[in-house]
Design a protein around this ligand. Structure first.
Ligand code: SN0
Length: 321
């Protein structure tokens, strides 16, 4: 495996899940695999879980993780080609990436969508330059359009808690004061489509996700109807993906607090578990009562971030040998 952005990069999901449960049961069993190997974790944006779980996963595999926050601890990097570099960005990614790559064996990159230029974001302009100019395996730690380590962890959490062969999983949009990327819902949709679940997406009109991620999911604009009989409720805000409204790409189309997941919503489910990738804004995305209820799996899901990252790094290390 030389990159991890999409569900297809991990191969058959039953095998990936089996490996995840093995890694979870015995996290230090591959401590020699990463000996004397270095992983660079490059952050263009803030992080709590991704940063810590990636370091922990690397340490479990015996690797040396090195973390760099671009712009805060390094020069600000220019990522567009063909520009006159007279701004505050001192170095071009074209020069920086080969240097970073020469110091390590694997690179992880967090590079959020800018949400102003859809083509720039959906071409994955930043992480693709790491792939192209680095020549080392690259892991997306949430790039412009995908967050695969999160979606893999979500799948593990659902697998551990499902009581039905084919559970109903509902991803619902919820309001937020800031315009957020579509990476988390894109990847969650991509992974749920590949998994053996009955998958429904619900959001106000205008928030349609890119068809390559929606796949065969059912899209239901009536949130209550979508949630009926759900076994898992996955709440997330995202900004306008610009699919049905290209002129509004990256914008906020709705602030409707009726979409905030509360006990009224959970009452129509089949005693569903509530999941959120965190960070979560209380009483925007989800009410205090739901987020503090015993059906909430956010902490369990966050713990599985170490597991998903470790399976991905383990696969990459096995490929390096
Ligand atoms: C990011 C997002 O893509 O939605 C990361 C989620 C894993 N979330 C945020 O940026 C939330 C920021 C905020 O102020 O609530």
């Amino acid at each position: 495996m030389d990159r991890f952005l999409h569900v297809s990069d991990i191969g058959p999901l039953d095998k990936a899940l089996e490996e995840a449960l093995q890694v979870k049961a015995n996290p230090l069993a591959w401590k020699q695999l990463g000996a004397d190997k270095t992983i660079m974790l490059i952050f263009f944006n803030s992080s709590l879980r991704t940063r810590l779980s990636s370091q922990k996963a690397a340490l479990n595999l015996g690797m040396n993780p090195i973390v760099l926050n671009i712009g805060q601890e390094s020069w600000k990097l220019e990522t567009q080609m063909g520009v006159v570099m007279d701004s505050d960005k001192s170095e071009h990614i074209r020069e920086a990436v080969p240097v970073i790559a020469s110091y390590c064996d694997i690179i992880g990159v967090r590079s959020f969508a800018g949400l102003s230029d859809r083509e720039y974001d959906y071409n994955e302009t930043i992480i693709n330059q790491f792939i192209e100019y680095g020549g080392k395996p690259v892991i997306s730690l949430e790039s412009a359009t995908v967050h695969p380590c999160q979606a893999f962890a979500d799948l593990i959490t659902i697998e551990e808690h499902r009581t039905k062969q084919r559970p109903k999983v509902v991803m619902t949009w919820a309001p937020h004061p800031k315009a957020l990327p579509q990476a988390v819902p894109n990847s969650f949709a991509e992974w749920m489509n590949a998994a053996d679940v009955d998958f429904v997406i619900t959001h106000p009109e205008g928030y349609e996700l890119d068809s390559r991620f929606v796949g065969n999911a059912k899209v239901e604009y009536d949130q209550m109807k979508a949630l009926e009989g759900a076994d898992f409720v996955y709440a997330k805000n995202w900004s306008c993906p610009g699919v049905t409204r290209p002129e509004s790409y990256g914008g906020i189309l709705s602030r409707d607090m009726g979409w905030t997941v509360d006990e009224r919503h959970m009452a129509v489910t089949d005693n569903a578990y509530f999941l959120h990738c965190l960070p979560v804004r209380r009483n925007m995305i989800v009410s205090d009562a739901v987020t503090d209820s015993p059906r909430r799996l956010a902490a369990e899901d966050a713990a599985n971030r170490v597991v998903s990252a470790q399976v991905v790094m383990k696969r990459i290390l096995e490929g390096l040998k």
